[in-house]
Every structure is written in C-alpha cells, then in structure tokens.
Design a protein around this ligand. Structure first.
Ligand code: MG
Length: 371
C-alpha cells in the first residue's frame, strides 16, 4: 500500500465575537486536514491543530516528500520519524494511516482496535465562558441553559482569568439559576497557586453538582496536585497539554489526580494516545479526553473511548465523558456525527464511518494570508 498522494486542507474562520478563557480571547478557529492516498486506492483523513502557515510549510516541504513512496502499513516507524520533526503533524498522519488500514481490511476503526465495548459515549458541553462585554456572566448562563435544553447533562465552564470574586460570582450565579440539576466542571487553565485553588472548596462543599476541578494549578508540580487532591471534596483533573504517557506517570504514581485528560492532538500519535488511556486503567484512574480542536480528533477520541473497558460497575456511569466544543466553530460540522441527549453514537461503518463535508472544506479554505 504505497503512498502516492497527500492532499492538504488548511481551514480558517474569523470569529464574529471573540470568546475565551484564562489564556485569553480567541479571535479565530482553524483546522488543518490531510488526506493520504495509496496506490491500492485506499485513503485516510488526518487532522492537525497548530498555526496554519508553519503547518502548511512543514507538510509541503518536508512531511509530504518524506511520505511519498512509503508503505502505509509502516505506521509506527513513519509516525516516530515525523514526531521528531513535529509531534502534532505526526498525530494527523497517524490518523490517516490508521484509517487506510481499516479501509483496506474492510473494518471500522473500532473493529480494527478489537471491537467497540460501548455503542455510545457520553459527552459534556464545553464552553469558553469569557466575553469582552461586561454582561459576560449572564451570557455564560444563557449558553449553559441552551445546552441543557439540547439535552446535555454536564457542562464545563471557565474560571481563572478574572478576579476571584468575579469568577466566584459567575459560578454562584450559574448554580443558583440552574438549581444544581446539571454536572458542573470548573476549568482554571493552570491559573492558581495551591492556596487559591483551595479557596474553591468553600463553594464545592456547598453544592453536590461538581464533576471535577480541571487544571487549577500549573502542571509542573505533581506534589501540589497531590496535596490539593487530598484537601478537596471534588475530583481533580488535568493533563491536556502533556505529550506522552511518560508525562502522566508522575501524576499517576503520586496519586495526584483523580482524572487524567490526554488530548489526541497533543499526543504522540493515535497509538501513543491509546497507550495513555490504557495506562489510566492500569492505575485505576479515570480518563476523560480533552478534545477541543477538531471534529476528526474528537471522533478518534470517541473511537478510543468506545474500545476502553469500563472504569466502574456503576450503571450508566461506567465510561467517562469526553469533551464537546459548544462554541461558534464551523469545523465542528465537518463530520455529521449523531449526538442525542449528551451521548455520541459511535459510527460503525468502514474506516471512520462518516463522510467529510467537502463543501465546508471549500468554503473555509485558508487564503494563505498571515493572521
Ligand atoms: Mg482544560
């Protein structure tokens, strides 16, 4: 299965209204898709998230010339080589090569991986809570309320970018208006020190609806995480920017987190990502995927979760939820996934089992301008 052609699709969408978190406001969303074709007629899609100008140059000047003529079944060695140049690009290539193998064997991705153990995966509604307007708390409430009306039962909202009193007011407003009938995740994007992270316990202790506290502190101190975990009444989660199974080990071996959150886009290929999921099961720690940067990455995250054994015997809660981007982002629609009452149905067709929306790809193709 020699690789004969690779198409690339850089996509760009300027946001009408910026939104953000403790890391700042987003003014645009982007997506970089690739499609690898083989001599045998099989092809596969991949997705990468990064700055489009460097991604496009990297693919056309180095990665594509390297891959042409190689055998698509040599995924491990090809991905390892590319990951030395650019890890995220290697992950996109690993998706495409995985799909080619599934297409060639007439299997779905899940069947290729041993078969789906779950036909549906719960997803939580993920928000960027901050706006430039002074009424941002009310706007946050309105978007959470709309998600609940759509059938979502859990939501992630952002803290850590405003004064503590303002963020607390935001969360208390949500809790009062939502009547605690939805699971709430707080994500501070590594904004606090230990004592400030501990401050939130006064709110956690009063309400029973918090699912977890995400990345309250910088990820370079597993002992601080362990101390916080022992102090709080809610689960502590994190790890979306960690790039390998090895990077999760200090948190796992120190019992410093209740839930780890690898992101396939930031990891060492789909295979490396799945290794981290297995590691979570080995350590008896929950794993809830971070997946905010693309419909295809999210689908691969769902495939991996569908093939993951249950973490618990609790009926209805045996598989952890994965993230669902609720913000304005046309690239969420690149794949027509079936989402119902906060659950994603795992496609069962050959390969990824869904068609990429090529009309959307043409509409949002990046014009090459630096942004
Ligand atoms: Mg996060």
């Amino acid at each position: 299965m020699k690789i004969i052609k690779i198409d690339t699709f850089p996509l760009f969408y300027p946001l009408k209204t910026p939104y953000g978190d403790a890391n700042g406001f987003k003014n645009y969303r982007s997506c970089y898709l690739l499609r690898i074709h083989t001599q045998s007629g099989y092809s596969g899609w991949g997705e990468v998230i990064d700055w489009l100008p460097t991604l496009d140059r990297g693919f056309h000047e180095r990665i594509i010339p390297f891959l042409l003529g190689k055998d698509a079944t040599d995924r491990t060695s090809l991905v390892e080589t590319i990951s030395k140049w650019h890890q995220r690009s290697a992950t996109g290539v690993s998706m495409a090569l995985t799909e080619i193998l599934a297409q060639a064997t007439n299997l779905s991705i899940c069947d290729l991986w041993g078969g789906a153990l779950h036909q549906q995966i719960p997803v939580y509604a993920s928000f960027q809570s901050y706006r430039e307007s002074t009424d941002w708390i009310n706007e946050s409430y309105k978007q959470v309320k709309a998600a609940i009306h759509q059938g979502f039962t859990s939501c992630k909202v952002k803290i850590g970018g405003k004064k503590l009193s303002e963020d607390a007011s935001h969360i208390q407003t949500l809790l009062a208006k939502l009547d605690c009938n939805v699971g709430i995740i707080l994500d501070a994007n590594q904004s606090y020190d230990l004592s400030t992270a501990k401050w939130w316990e006064r709110i956690f202790a009063d309400f029973g609806c918090f699912l977890w506290f995400e990345e309250p502190m910088p990820l370079d101190n597993p002992i601080a995480y362990k101390t916080l975990r022992n102090f709080l009444s809610v689960a502590v989660a994190g790890g979306e920017n960690l790039q390998s199974s090895k990077a999760f080990l200090p948190f796992l071996s120190e019992n410093a987190m209740d839930i780890i959150q690898p992101d396939v886009n930031h990891h060492t290929g789909v295979d490396g990502y799945r290794h981290t999921l297995a590691l979570a099961r080995t350590f008896g720690v929950r794993v809830s995927t971070h997946t905010y940067d693309g419909a295809l990455s999210r689908l691969y995250s769902a495939f991996a979760h569908a093939c993951l054994p249950e973490w618990s015997k609790m009926n209805g809660e045996a598989i952890e939820p994965i993230e669902w981007d609720m913000m304005e982002n046309p690239f969420n629609e690149l794949l027509s996934t079936t989402l119902e009452k906060g659950h994603l149905t795992i496609p069962t067709g050959k390969g990824i089992g869904l068609e990429m929306n090529e009309e959307l790809i043409e509409r949002y193709r990046w014009d090459g301008r630096i942004y």
